[in-house]
Design a binder for this molecule. Sequence first.
Ligand code: ADP
Ligand code: MG
Length: 687
Amino acid sequence: MKFEDLFSSVKKIKGVGPIISKKLSDKGIENKIDLFLNLPTGAIDRRFCPKLDQLEVGVISTIFVRPVKYTIPRFRNLPNRVTCKDEYGSIDIIFFNSRESYIKQILPLNEEVVISGKVGFYKNKYQMTNPDYIQSIDKEKDITKIMAKYSSVAGISPKTIQKIYKEEIGKLKDIGEWHSQDFLKKMAWPTWYDAIYNLHNPINVSDVNKESKFYQRLAFDEIFSNFLIFSEIKKRIKKLIKVSKVINDDNLLRIKKILPFTLTESQQVSLKEILTDISSEKKMLRVLQGDVGSGKTAVAMIAAYLTVKSGYQVAFLCPTELLAKQHFLLFKKVLENENFNIQLLTSKIKVSEQVDTRFQLSQNKIDIVVGTHSLFQEKTTFNNLGLIVIDEQHKFGVQQRINLSLKGSVNTDVLLMTATPIPRTLILTNYGDMDISTINEKPFNNTTINTLAKPAEKMDDVMVFLKKRLNENDQVYWVTPLIEESEKLKLTPAVKRYEYLKKKLKVEVGLVHGAMKSEDKNKIMEDFISGKIKVIVSTTVIEVGIDNQNANTMIIENCERFGLSQLHQLRGRVGRGKEDAHCLLLYSKNIGINGKKRIQILKSSLDGFYISEEDLKLRGFGDIIGYKQSGEKDFIIADPAYHSDLFQLAKEEIENLENKDVKLEEHFSQLLKIFKKDRVLNIIDTG
Ligand code: ADP
Ligand code: MG
């Protein structure tokens, strides 16, 4: 096979027709390479060959038996049954949906056959239903004794998928190797071909494990290709010489005075790092990470202020309408005496106003624009963009992040902010060696959040608790989960709860959910912030950014449906004022072990770093930094829970090769193609 053929459609494979290719495509498998990188999730071991008195229920077994009797039912929907024996016992082979003639043909009476499948037990008899293999004795070797198992291609029989892999995989032999012999030898790793081959045709069950040398080799390749991209992006950015921004100390003092508080130590440090970048000749590409409520906005605002003062425009990008609006209002309020032109730009704004804002932007008439990703549509052109701030950056996919970072010009600094603290292992994973600033303290360490958990059935107790909070003049967030299966169902929990609370409570109750018009949503949020609405029922739309210091109670229903970091983020909405806060987690009967563990962790800590490390442990590979939320994932093979040392190794190897002056991009061009990284570089070069 030629290298290019890896990128041809799976339809080209013998035995892959429209039905199978559709099923594969549903799982994101379009090209041959997708198929090869779709690694087995385990292996089926057929080496257990018990005699019929040694059968074990639930175990995949290969048995050598003779059919002795057919039981053909009178009714169509009942299964056919073939009783088989060896000298030690008997077993029934059960067939659903098979024709009698076919069964008699493959299982002729009194002729020894090999059958492989899972052993069951029913009405006091051993049985095997729809066996995976039935072969005559002389063809026993045709039974694959260790067979790779693929979870993500359900709907295609294991035998079919096996065949597809068999058909194609031998042809890969001609595809080259990009790592040096020395390197592979040092690691005791197989070649790319051997790795792929053995993962799909394991000899031992352990071959398909994430720890196997075959798996490690491919995981390394994936991580390596990712870092290579980061390294290339960084190199390209480093080459750029921007016009350094002049930061005036008086202006710095002035904005600090405008803010209604003094910065925490930690905010000061991060700010200094950012300002150093901004005033240098290097384009800034920095992540500002800090727990919810750690005060990232203030830091970004100062950077924005000083950027404008040094003669540039600033774009502030938010993942939701609501957050954009809130930030916009905040900017307007804080900077009201500064004579700045600050505008909001989202897709929900009247088109004529959008057009006007875009025009003003292009004419350098706007100093700060706050908006959602419609900010970065092609039709938005900046005249003099000096800084892009991307808030809650984990809500954006990797590709989006890269695209956005490339908007503007050489002179545009980029600051990514993330409220989900990133564990150390993942910093390396997702940012390569990007610059990072961390805010690791909160302005209000004197408030605590009392976290409690209760079974949902105790709704009466919950109402007592809720009324008590309201009597103490508190405001309450009540969060319900989304039900994903259908749009209609989607709202039920929130709407139901809203109706219920409206009946039970004397105060004003509000409802917000994702499917609402954003004007309506904003109106309700405003009423909540102004204190008119006391209890707000919502789906997780409030997860990001909303800031109401007077709301200090949060009730989260069906908490078992939320991830740990998500719960922590939600909880971070409260405890932002001077009052102590309360978070009540309601769980339903079917909460699992992990759900209980998550509650324990939340009750034990308010530290986002600790919590996301625990989250990583609980989940293995998580959507901890939110790739599931953004629908994008950085890795399909590598798993930080298993391969953390490979991240370090990849980093070192890249440095090593760079020192040897290897032209990485050229040398590893095939690898980059395999993991679809070449596209990223193309965008950078053309963008
Ligand atoms: P996040 O990091 O989650 O984006 P915000 O920037 O929204 O946090 O800040 C949370 C709250 O803390 C806001 O109400 C903000 O006004 C307030 N705040 C930020 N910095 C300080 C500070 N140094 N002292 C007191 N309050 C602060
Ligand atoms: Mg924020």
